[in-house]
Design a protein around this ligand. Structure first.
Ligand code: ADP
Ligand code: MG
Length: 454
């Protein structure tokens, strides 16, 4: 025996739902999960409905929709409920000929086809009890248009979640690479400033080295002429040449001797010492710059923190000197610190540059001290600059926070410094009072676990 669907409904149910093309960002709607289950009229008798559950058309459905002649869903009947009734003594005899409306669930879950999958999942969670015995009814403008399975909603939600997490993963990768670029460009910017300063720093010794060499060359040229003349005169005398010739040569020696100032000759020794000193200075700067910019030191290694501090001070020297700042360097006893030296250099240079830039008066002073405290190394950088206003103190580590004019500040120095120090398992702290100065303390564990750089 078969139960024909309502004539009024059959038009609606003629074609199975085609999933509308989804835009990536559009919420998936329930319409994509619609099953065109032919509905059952409420006066169908119980036995006939039980028969329907055996029909291949309804296989896989937990429950059947009961729909009134006007298309309004009025209930659902589940396999579970029919089984329960038929298992009772005389259940079949008592209920078999009665209309299904006496057994059906009068308050099934009814959702509009336009409901998003997310909202449907929420409604299901609130409405449906365990064990799950019912699926749910779909309506359009209040009229029955099909059913949908709880399981399908679950699958759709799961698919959506998977999509989201790949999306998130992609966004994370993009974010990470742009962050890496930022770190790199801040490093380039601070190196750029440093290099401009270093050019001055190298130019000064280079200037006097050149000067000394030129002076020495002049003196040496005269001296060697004198030596040649003396040699010739001596040869003439010893060789018993004509006396007049020997006299002429001695005269020549005499004029040359007047040109060569013995004091100038003595000076050349000092000039050469000075020159060596200048060349040494240039060499130092070059080595420091090389140390500083070495990207191959990105990995962790045991390093002498005092050496890193000294190197950063040397690199920052021109900024400090230009502002007439006195540096009080107090290196303490420190065991080797496991760290990425190039990164720590960057932090130290950021802190020194900030300190120097904060000093706007004549008696600038920066104290740089290191100390070992309970298995940790500490670097203190304290300035007597203008300090940090209370309302800014919480923001100085924020990326792009700067109080400096464009070109002088990027606002990335402290953000990057903190990231580097935290990646080393350390901490960076600041105390400041306006008009008095600012103190930064960097604490590093001696055995740092340097996490993957951002
Ligand atoms: N030693 C300091 N003294 C006063 N202000 C400081 C000091 N260090 C940092 N600041 C403040 O913190 C802000 C952020 O510093 P930073 O992240 O290095 O960026 P930038 O130096 O490019 O401005 C600075 O603009 C400044 O206002
Ligand atoms: Mg800075």
């Amino acid at each position: 025996m078969t139960v024909a669907p309502h004539p009024a409904l059959s038009a609606n149910l003629a074609t199975p739902t085609q999933a509308p093309a989804q835009r990536d960002d559009a919420p998936i709607e329930l319409s994509t999960l619609r099953l065109p289950t032919p509905p059952v009229p409420p006066d169908t008798c119980v036995i006939d409905v039980a028969q329907l559950f055996l029909d291949a058309n309804y296989a896989g459905l937990l429950s059947l929709p009961i729909v009134a002649a006007d298309g309004a869903p009025v209930g659902m009947i589940s396999r579970y409920e029919l089984m329960r009734v038929f298992l009772q003594p005389y259940g079949r005899e008592l209920f078999g000929r009665r209309p299904i409306s006496v057994l059906m669930n009068h308050a099934p879950l009814v959702l509009s086809v336009e409901t998003s999958i997310g909202d449907a999942a929420r409604a299901i969670a609130q409405h449906i009890r365990s064990p799950i015995t019912d699926d749910f009814v779909l309506v359009e403008n209040g009229r029955y248009v099909g059913t949908a399975l709880v399981l399908d909603v679950l699958r759709a939600v799961e698919g959506r979640l998977a999509d989201r997490s790949t999306e998130l993963e992609r966004a994370y990768v993009r974010l990470k690479s742009s962050q890496a670029q930022l770190v790199q460009s801040e490093k380039m910017a601070s190196l750029g400033q440093m290099v401009a300063g270093l050019v001055h720093e190298i130019n000064t010794p280079l200037g006097y080295v050149r000067n000394n060499v030129e002076m020495t060359r002049g003196v040496l040229a005269d001296a060697s002429q004198l030596i040649v003349a003396q040699q010739a005169a001596l040869d003439a005398l010893l060789g018993g040449d004509v006396v007049a010739d020997a006299q002429a040569r001695l005269d020549e020696v005499e004029t040359l001797r007047l040109r060569v100032d013995p004091a100038a000759l003595d000076d050349t020794a000092a000039l050469l010492d000075d020159t060596l000193h200048g060349v040494g200075q240039i060499g130092d700067l070059v080595i420091n710059l090389k140390d500083f910019s070495r990207l191959d030191q990105a990995g962790a290694q045991k390093a002498d923190l005092n050496h890193l501090v000294a190197s950063a001070l040397k690199i920052a020297n021109h900024i400090l000197r230009k502002r007439g700042i006195e540096v009080v360097h107090q290196p303490g006893e420190l065991p080797p610190v496991e760290c990425a030296p190039a990164q720590i250099n960057q932090v130290l240079l950021n802190l020194l540059t900030n300190a120097a830039q904060a000093i706007e008066h004549e008696r600038g002073r920066i104290v740089v001290a290191t100390r070992a405290v309970e298995g940790r190394a500490m670097v203190l950088i304290q300035d007597n600059g203008k300090g940090i206003a209370a309302e800014n103190q919480a923001r100085i580590f924020d990326p792009f926070f700067t109080t400096k004019p464009v070109g002088e500040g990027t606002g990335m120095g402290l953000a990057i410094s903190r990231q580097i120090i935290e990646q080393h398992g350390g901490a960076i702290r600041m105390t400041s009072s306006v008009g008095q100065g600012t103190r930064f303390v960097v604490v590093l564990p001696l055995r740092a676990v340097v996490r993957e750089a951002a």
